[in-house]
Design a protein around this ligand. Sequence first.
Ligand code: ATP
Ligand code: MG
Length: 502
Amino acid sequence: MSLYDRLNARRTGASPAPTVQAPEIVEPPAPTEAETTVLDSVDEPAFVPPEGGSVPAQEPDRSSVPEAVVDPLAGVKEKAAQELFGRIGVRLNDSTLTEQQLHDLARKELAEIVAGEQLALTITERNRLIDDISADVLGYGPLEPLLDDDNITEIMVNRYDRIYVEVRGRIMPVAARFTGEPQLRRVIERIVARVGRRIDESSPMVDARLEDGSRVNAVVPPLAVDGSSLTIRKFAATPYTVQDLIGFGSVTPQVAAVLDAAVKAKLNIIVSGGTGTGKTTLLNVLSSFIPGDERIVTIEDAVELQLQQEHVVRLESRPANIEGRGEVTIRDLVRNSLRMRPDRIVVGEVRGAESLDMLQAMNTGHEGSISTIHANSPRDAVSRLETLVLMAGMELPLRAIREQVAAAIDIIVQIQRHRDGGRRIVSVTEVHGMEGEVVTLQDAFSFDHSAGFDAEGRLLGRIRPTGVRPRFAERIADAGIALPMSLFQDDALDAPHLGGMR
Ligand SMILES: Nc1ncnc2c1ncn2[C@@H]1O[C@H](COP(=O)(O)OP(=O)(O)OP(=O)(O)O)[C@@H](O)[C@H]1O
Ligand SMILES: [Mg+2]
């Protein structure tokens, strides 16, 4: 196996060689700072799989990172990449160039740069070196194999040499690294330039998206104290369906049947959960229950929902441009959507003043709206809504706000990501009304933890009916939807309703 084959084992997924031999470089370039400190993952798989497929409940442990080995050509690559950047840097973000033209231009320049390095390489090796450098400068560098790996759902770069991924709900470190902060920074700049944004000291935080729709957040110094940080939520080409969620154990068929009926009966539903718990995924599943003949307007910060219905208008908010102008907020879009004759308004997440408009819409004839909120319990979700409405600056008395919340929201579905990596619905809670100053909540289903964990740390419990028949059951019946009331009493029942569900 040649040096190059070994170097590229990680890209092609070829079986890794156990050790890296001395580099076949005749005149090694003077060690750069990057080279002496840089570790690369040349001989490591894209990610470290959980041992034997089991999922122990524990925090990520960096001691499990495979020993990284030094890429003998890291210094050359970094130097050539820097030089390429110096030569064509401004054109990298030139929107008049197609990707192909940009690649051709980069290859031409790189051929000259590499020739100037006087390395003893065969033509094939030289071409691969050029491929590698152009992937680093024009592509996503060491992130490419992680992006290509469908098992990885999230990539978290804490700094150039600390990368974590999420695989099947578990977060684990990987051996892949950038050659240094400059390479990481180039990748970030390229990602944000593609969406017409800029990242630098004066605007050090940016949300962007990859071409495939994956959601990206980047923070650079001085805000990111240890070096640039990048988080990528990979876009699922085929979104999870309700059957997938049932298969994962995230929801039982009974609860799915109740939620399906609640959506069809036009109840207002809020999905509540912490960060990354699966709120958007569940919102997408709930939206899939909306009948095809209803006009749906979706409103998001970055389009993530993938509705299968045809009668859908998708709206996306817009941040201010470099001069600070042109911002269109979620609130603007919610207000505008009311003039679009929607049967349903689906808001990706309420996190600001739009919550007031959303509550008002729900209270004034736009039933059947669905949204998500960042909160750790249904009670938290109610207080967070109150806080968000206060942020709208209308100076409403708290009691009036609570009345709005109590009247608008019918159901809060709480989800959690458990330590075994599973994401599960842990309660389906009805918003009853007001008792004195307090919004009253009543669980119709709640998670029963009594079964504990299995030997591999997996949670054994499941969500069960509390036995309290919710008032919304009546609204479901009034809407002409046949839902066996025993679903709310006995969890051993089959869910006949699910037959036609996708
Ligand atoms: N029930 C589930 N089982 C397994 N994986 C899931 C489940 N729901 C979501 N995921 C995965 O978890 C990740 C986060 O999901 P999602 O984007 O829906 O979360 P979120 O709560 O909306 O996150 P954020 O707070 O960042 O908006 C995605 O990679 C998604 O594919
Ligand atoms: Mg989300």
